[in-house]
Design a protein around this ligand. Structure first.
Ligand code: NAD
Length: 263
């Protein structure tokens, strides 16, 4: 570990808080300069300052909505301005709303598609030529354990995120000869604002307390607790680093054992 990402320029999207923030912090702790982005300027600025203060690394922040192709272009451009290219790309985004299949009309499906699949397509597509030019790089696309075991009440996530796995595996095959590695990390239940929101929504739907719902989540996890965002970030940083130089095309969960299948 140590400063194994020294001299690298990283882009981590949707990174003002939660899992994205933890990834940006971990990459910076290991020596990378990082561009972060999200929609709220005030939260983003506070995060930028906190990570820069703690790590002393070059951290830049740019306000962006990942559903906007123009904003994605601006984020890429900013990263190139800061670091001359992109050595490490970590794609993250907000999650789609929770609900059952019959709750959603076309517009909700289209929004989830744009936020959780098209943003990944656009970010990866803009990054590949930069990595090719630099002789390689590492892409980590963040999804969810829902790609291995569909989650109750999260039909949009269950359906749309599976596309990120298909995309990432295809890219790993296609880009291996360019020394570009592409992997997927699937967070399990992780203690963030998003998790609080999901617990609250399910409690309301099922007429239970938040504590009862949280206890149900814990019971489904062999390690018996939520992940810390840093647990996810450490896997992302490993895959970003040369320690994982022979690892591409994997979809790895960090979930306390939640997924019960063999793969
Ligand atoms: P969070 O709500 O704590 O953070 C989400 C981040 O995404 C914030 O920085 C927010 O500003 C940003 N964001 C949201 N929509 C955006 C947009 N349109 N453009 C730019 N930035 C945007 O959530 P989290 O728990 O860190 O989750 C991050 C991702 O991981 C989500 O997609 C979530 O569904 C997924 N996930 C979370 C868990 C969990 O248990 N927390 C588990 C599996 C997957």
């Amino acid at each position: 570990m140590g400063h194994d990402l020294e001299g690298k320029g990283a882009l981590v999207t949707a990174s003002s808080q939660g899992i994205g923030r933890a990834c940006a912090l971990e990459l910076a702790r290991r020596g990378a300069g990082v561009v972060i982005c999200a929609r709220r300027q005030d939260v983003l600025d506070a995060t930028r300052e906190a990570i820069a203060d703690e790590t002393g690394r070059q951290i830049a922040a740019i306000k962006a909505d990942l559903t906007s192709p123009a904003d994605i272009d601006a984020v890429i451009e900013r990263t190139v301005d800061e670091f001359g290219g992109i050595d490490v790309l970590v794609t993250n985004a907000g999650g789609p709303p929770s609900g059952a299949f019959m709750d959603f009309e076309d517009d909700a499906w289209e929004k989830a598609f744009v936020l959780n699949l098209m943003s990944v397509v656009r970010l990866n597509r803009a990054t590949v030529p930069l990595m090719r030019k630099a002789g390689g790089g590492s892409i980590v696309n963040l999804t969810s354990i829902s790609v291995k075991e569909p989650l109750k009440g999260l039909v949009l996530s269950n359906a749309v995120r599976a596309g990120v796995v298909g995309l990432s595996k295809s890219l790993a095959n296609e880009l291996g000869p360019d020394n570009i590695r592409v992997n997927v990390v699937c967070p399990g239940f992780t203690a963030t604002d998003r998790m609080k929101e999901l617990v609250g929504a399910r409690a309301e739907r099922e007429g239970k307390t938040n504590e009862e719902i949280a206890a149900g989540f814990y019971a489904s996890v062999p390690l018996g607790s939520f992940a810390e965002p840093s647990d996810i970030a450490k896997m992302v940083a490993f895959l970003a680093s040369d320690d994982a130089k022979y690892v591409t095309g994997v979809t790895v969960q960090v979930d306390g054992g939640f997924v019960k299948g063999l793969l």
